[in-house]
Design a binder for this molecule. Structure first.
Ligand code: PAF
Length: 273
């Protein structure tokens, strides 16, 4: 496995078969590895990146304490047969203040964007830069970060990038908690409580399945359930699955994304309904 931190060296590598690319911020868990395995089904060679992107963290968020586990990440990627890891440092990817940024669509100001100002500006800008560096044929994004997946897909379409975006399923712990690097922040008692977010979303899904069409009412009920259990919920909403737009009563393909804070840890999840 080649680990490359330099953009010129990355570009100079021998052009070979198409690359499937999995961008990550490191601290890899089974969820990431499932995306690597999915990538392998889409191209003969797999590349991953490890870069904690300051641009997508607001002041006061967890950029500084975000877990950095480079050596064990590389071991895991090597064990999966990954051919190439792009691991630039900040000065390589942002040698000067990044004053050119991608302007994401209005969806970027809803859901996650309502609570994390300019988060998607940071995500789309780094993803565009990573795509330009790695030049993959396809790239894999997890469905847990569903809004990110939708917004990256739109960016690729509108900027005519020759990259297929592939969506990977969310991997869960046995009790339903979506796998996430941020789960490591949870104390033992918070970890025991954490599956509630998924349970609440599943309950909304069940009510939708029973024919309930008061989407706002369902979201409000979910928020109250989380708050009653000691969470600080940001949002739980029923949206259209295909574009995360606001659904009408006749829409059948729905998604229920949610985010809430448990202690100092912010967790997100999403189910399809
Ligand atoms: O999903 C993530 O880990 C990050 O948002 C990404 C896509 C690697 C960009 O920094």
């Amino acid at each position: 496995m080649q680990v490359i931190s330099d953009i010129a060296m990355l570009r100079a590598r021998s052009p070979g078969e198409p690359l499937a690319f999995v961008p990550t911020m490191g601290n890899l868990h089974e969820g990431h590895l499932s995306l690597i395995r999915l990538a392998r089904r889409h191209a003969p060679r797999v590349a991953a990146s490890i870069f904690v992107n300051r641009l997508q963290f607001a002041p006061g968020e967890d950029f500084e304490r975000y877990p950095r586990t480079f050596a064990s990440d590389c071991e895991k990627l090597a064990a999966e047969g990954v051919e190439l890891v792009f691991a630039p440092d900040e000065r390589t990817l942002y040698p000067e203040p990044q004053v050119y940024v991608v302007e994401p669509p209005p969806l970027a100001n809803e859901l996650e964007g309502k609570f994390r100002a300019r988060f998607f500006h940071g995500v789309t800008t780094v993803v565009l830069k990573l795509f330009n560096c790695v030049q993959p044929a396809c790239a894999v994004f997890g469905k847990k970060d569903y809004q990110q997946l939708m917004i990256v897909r739109g960016m690729v379409r509108q900027f005519n990038l020759p990259i297929e975006i592939v969506a990977g399923e969310t991997l869960r712990e046995q009790d339903g908690l979506a796998m996430s690097s941020r789960n490591g922040y949870l104390s033992a008692s918070e970890r025991a409580e954490a599956p509630r977010l998924h349970q609440v979303l599943q309950h909304v899904k069940a009510r939708l399945g029973d024919g309930e069409r008061d989407f706002e009412g369902l979201g409000g009920e979910a928020l109250r359930g989380l708050a009653a259990a000691g969470w600080k919920p940001d949002y739980v909403e029923v949206r259209r699955q295909d574009d995360l737009g606001t659904p009408g009563p006749a829409d059948t393909r729905l998604a229920v994304p949610g985010a809430a804070r448990l202690g100092s840890t912010r967790l997100i999840d999403k189910v399809e309904a």
